[in-house]
Design a protein around this ligand. Structure first.
Ligand code: PGA
Length: 248
């Protein structure tokens, strides 16, 4: 399985900055096939721009959230069919910033993953423990509970999801999980996926949380780390490309 390196721009960017960043990435690739599958998950307003810049390139694009509803009176929300209108390949669901600041529950996140799949969009499902949970020895229980909700909702489509293990204490903090710490949790998630689908080998399990050009290679060398979900370092073309190049 080719690794997947997905950028999460979060709430960053502008028309001008996005164009410069995407062009720098495409220039950096220089028409070569990248060592990893690549995607950029951007604010929904910029999907049309990314579609126009990236169509025909090796970089896919996606959104950072999706409504669990199909359509209707849900002011401010964006539906899966709208994302599909802009040819999104991926959507991040259950990012810890959505769980933390918007109170998203395991059940809501699972509904979002299900709606995305129903529209042919691959959900990148985020799971991860807080520092307090890690210190209380609850890491495995937390990530298993979060992933179980997804597996329960998407059932026979489990092999179609992407999972991202993102320890909350490592996101945007510069504190990365050590390769061994990350691998330990990835192995737990892999076993859970394997018990739920006949095609566990199709499921990428990404690591996210302060992954950067300097630490990517050692994380990506772990047997159960199939790629990365990259926040800060996806806003710098050279860093993002360096991470992609360190995947094998
Ligand atoms: P970070 O963010 O790489 O800036 O830590 C990762 C994420 O939140 O997806």
């Amino acid at each position: 399985m080719k690794p997947l390196i997905a950028g999460n721009w979060k709430m960053n960017g502008s028309l001008a900055a996005n164009e410069a960043l995407v062009k720098a990435m495409l220039d950096g690739l220089g028409g070569q096939t990248p060592a990893a599958d690549m995607a950029l998950c951007v604010p929904a307003l910029y999907l049309a721009q990314l579609q126009s810049l990236l169509t025909g390139s090796p970089i896919a694009w996606g959104a950072q959230d999706v409504s669990s509803h199909e359509q209707g009176a849900y002011t401010g929300e964006v539906s899966a069919s709208m994302l599909k209108d802009f040819a999104c390949r991926y959507v991040i669901v259950g990012h810890s910033e959505r769980r933390q600041y918007h109170g998203e529950t395991d059940l809501q996140v699972a509904d979002k993953a299900k709606v995305a799949l129903a529209h042919g969009i691959t959900p990148i499902v985020c799971v991860g423990e807080t520092l307090a949970e890690r210190e209380a020895g609850q890491t495995e229980a937390v990530v298993k509970r979060q992933l179980a909700a997804i597996i329960h909702a998407v059932a026979h489509c489990t092999s179609e999801i992407v999972v991202a293990y993102e320890p909350v204490w490592a996101i945007g903090t510069g504190k990365t999980a050590s390769p061994e710490q990350a691998q330990q949790v990835h192995a737990v998630l892999r076993a859970q996926i394997a018990a739920a689908t006949q095609h566990p080998e199709r499921v990428h399990i990404l690591y996210g949380g302060s992954m950067n050009a300097a630490n990517a290679a050692s994380l990506l060398a772990q047997p159960d780390i199939d790629g990365g979900l990259i926040g800060g370092a996806s806003l710098k073309a050279a860093d993002f490309l360096q991470i992609v190049a360190s995947a094998h």
